[in-house]
Every structure is written in C-alpha cells, then in structure tokens.
Design a protein around this ligand. Structure first.
Ligand SMILES: Cc1cc2nc3c(=O)[nH]c(=O)nc-3n(C[C@H](O)[C@H](O)[C@H](O)COP(=O)(O)OP(=O)(O)OC[C@H]3O[C@@H](n4cnc5c(N)ncnc54)[C@H](O)[C@@H]3O)c2cc1C
Length: 374
C-alpha cells in the first residue's frame, strides 16, 4: 500500500475507532484490548516488517506516521503499539534466527501475539548495564531469576524480550537477550502501576523465579544483550518522538479552535496579540519537531546511523509535547483544566515521553557523546 493511502486509512481508523475510546480508557484506566484487536485487523501490528513474516512491508515513515496519528487521539494506544512494534518485534526482526521469526514475528505481525520489552530493573534504570536478573547456563537450558519493573504491555503480552546477566564479571558484555513466552512456570506479573498519564496502558513488574527456558530462546549471541537493547531503543525513540509529536499536534489544534470561538472583552481571544504570539511560537516549534522527527525517520530508512537523530527527535518532541499541552491549557483558561476538554489529559500523557526509552538527560548524554567523540 502506498504511504499516502496508508496514512489516510490510519487517520480514518484513529478517528472512528481510537478517538471515541480515549477518554473512557483514561478515566477507567482500562487496557483497550478491543482497539488492539481492531489494529490487528487493519494490519497495523506488523507495519514495518517483511511480508515473508506476515508484515506489511511498509517503511519507517508509514509506521511512524501511524504512531503519530494514533497518539493524536489516544496516547495510550500509541504506547501499546510502539512498545509492541519497536521494542519487541523489531529486535526479533533484526537479531532473530529464521525459526524465531517464523515462530514469533509471524504472530506478532498479525496481532495474534502482543509484544513487550523488559530492560528496566529497580536498580538498573538509566544505567541499564547494572542488570541483576541472572540467566544461568544449565546445559540444555537457561534458568532465569530476577525481576523487571515498569514494563509496558505486561500482563497482556504473549512474548517478552528480556535482558539478563549471563556473565556478571563481563559487565555490560555479560548481558544477553532472551525471548520469553507468557505462560512459563515461575514467571509472574505484578500489579498494574497507577500512573499520571497513558493510564490505559499496562505497566507492571515481571518476576522470574527460576524460570527455565530452552537455549533456542536466546536472542542474538551470548553477551550481545546490551547492544541489542541499545539499538532497539534507538528505533524506539523515533516512535516516542512520534507519539509526542502527535500529542503536541492535537493539543495545538484544540487550542486554536478554542481561541477562535472564546470571546472575552467583546472579541475572540484570538484577536489579542499575546494569544497570536503564543500560537505563532507553538506552530513554529511543532514544525521544528516535525522536521527533526522526519530527519530521524529518513536516516533509518536510508540505512544511515540514526542514534543521534533519534535522540534529538525524542529530546525535542517530548519537551514540545509537554510545552504545547501546557500552553493549550493556559490558552483555554479554566476550561483547559476541566477533563471534558481533554487538553489536561494531553499534558498528563505527554510527560512520560520525557522519561521512558531514556530520559531527556540520557538523550543529551547520547547527543553530547556523539558530538564530543567525533
Ligand atoms: C509508564 C512507564 C512505562 C515504561 N515502560 C518500560 C518498558 O516497556 N520496558 C522497560 O524496560 N522500561 C520501561 N520503563 C522504564 C523507563 O525506561 C525508566 O523509568 C527510565 O529509563 C528511567 O529510569 P528510572 O526510572 O530508574 O530513573 P533513574 O535512572 O533513577 O533516573 C532518575 C533521574 O536521574 C537522572 N539521571 C540518571 N543518571 C543520570 C546521569 N548520568 N546524568 C544525569 N542525570 C541522570 C534521570 O535522567 C532522571 O531524571 C517505563 C517507565 C514508565 C514510567
């Protein structure tokens, strides 16, 4: 399918299926399983992967536009899709063996399986190299013990990419990646976290108590886990930038339509120069975010290094989303603070984009590292 057609289809889907559920999902903090099933029907769960494994064969641009458009109407749904695609399917596509792709990617792409990614631990957040979860080589199998926290899609996912130490003495070179199925003995999911935003998404602890997995579940090579995690996050960050850009666009559209109709002092508040200047600044920032986002997309689609451009896009677009949502509330006055007007949800949803898949401080570390090492 051509990108323009796909984008049109996603826009209709987002308006008809995603948007009507957004407020209720937030209010009730309920995981939108029905929307996920609908996304699967539309082929949205396997967009950027080869048709050989039931994917759609779309490019990064089409996938990123999908995340952006869906997040415009419901950031929770954008998160679910982004974690599934960027963080679970993508590493299997990039590092998996053909049998692993046949077994997992084919079902992730059709949406029969939902995916998740478990890197963060209580003592290994920003410093992901401090993994305490262990995978002990027991000859025919690995035995995994430890836990992961804050895992998106936990409890609903069928497949988890997780990281564990296979050799603690080697530090980050001793971390390996594994594909874990949901129903293994000793693998349990903790209670759902209560969050500020993206409240319909599921965020839970994963607990591994001597979980035995066959050696075929190793993803990539032994000791390659940290590299797999970092390259996966490079791609994931473009998805989060798109989610943030979508939230910013939505907040902006709501604010623009409001200032044109709200009258004070006998004229629409859009007639005040202060309002106009705020709108002009927001529009300029949104356009800058769009350019940074599509620069990262272009780098990825052209097989260029995108570590730096993805970090810049995430850093910029996530701040943009928070600032635009905050400004939209301010422009809408008291109404902006009332839940029915939705912009307060955008602000709550926007904040996470500055935290997950590497905080803004991490993005700055990545960017500065690239600049100063070259
Ligand atoms: C809703 C939600 C969903 C998530 N989903 C997932 C998921 O699916 N999979 C997964 O693996 N993880 C997930 N995470 C975890 C997320 O990626 C981490 O929370 C994030 O990486 C930060 O780690 P931390 O919370 O331990 O914070 P810390 O690492 O404790 O950081 C605290 C503060 O210190 C700053 N800081 C730390 N080190 C430095 C430094 N060297 N220089 C400057 N500042 C520094 C940080 O930027 C931050 O501001 C999720 C988190 C949330 C809240």
């Amino acid at each position: 399918m051509k990108n323009e057609l796909l984008v049109k289809m996603v826009e209709e889907f987002a308006l008809n299926v995603v948007k009507p559920r957004a407020r209720e999902i937030d209010e009730t903090e309920s995981f939108p399983l029905d929307t996920v099933k609908e996304m699967a029907k539309y082929g949205l769960m396997g967009l950027p992967f080869s048709t050989e494994f039931n994917g759609v064969g779309a490019d990064t641009k089409a996938y990123i536009d999908t995340i952006r458009i869906i997040s415009k109407y419901c950031a929770t749904t954008g998160t679910i899709l982004s974690a599934h695609t960027s963080l679970c399917s993508h590493p299997i596509n990039q590092y998996g063996t053909v049998p692993q792709k046949e077994k997992y990617l084919t079902k992730l792409n059709t949406g029969e399986y939902l995916g998740a990614f478990g890197l963060t631990e209580a003592g290994a957040g920003t410093d992901a190299s401090r993994q305490q979860t262990k995978a002990v080589d027991c000859g025919d199998y690995y035995e995994i013990t430890g836990s992961k926290i804050f895992i998106t899609n936990a409890g609903y996912a069928d497949v988890y990419i997780i990281f564990a130490m296979t050799n603690a003495e080697l530090g980050l070179k001793g971390i390996s990646a594994f594909i874990i199925e949901k129903d293994l003995k000793g693998f349990t999911i903790g209670p759902k976290e209560k969050k500020m935003g993206i409240r319909g998404s599921s965020t839970c602890e994963l607990i591994f108590d001597k979980v035995q997995i066959p050696k075929t579940q190793l993803l990539g090579k032994v000791g390659e886990g940290f590299k797999i995690a970092m390259t996966t996050l490079d791609g994931g960050r473009i998805g989060i930038a798109a989610q943030a850009q979508g939230i910013a666009e939505s907040a902006f559209e709501k604010a623009v339509s409001y200032v044109k109709t709200r009258t004070q002092f006998g004229k629409p508040i859009a007639a005040f120069q202060h309002t106009q200047f705020v709108i002009a600044d927001l529009k300029t920032q949104i356009e800058a975010g769009r350019l940074l986002l599509y620069k990262a997309v272009e780098d990825k689609d052209n097989n260029l290094s995108y570590t730096e451009s993805a970090a810049m896009a995430k850093l910029f677009c996530s701040r943009l989303a928070v600032e635009v949502a905050d400004s939209a509330i301010q422009l809408m006055g008291g109404y902006g603070y009332i839940r029915d007007y939705e912009v307060e949800r955008y602000l709550r949803d926007a904040k996470i984009t500055e935290i997950y898949e590497g905080t803004s401080e991490v993005q700055r570390m990545v960017i500065a590292g690239k600049v100063l090492r070259s």
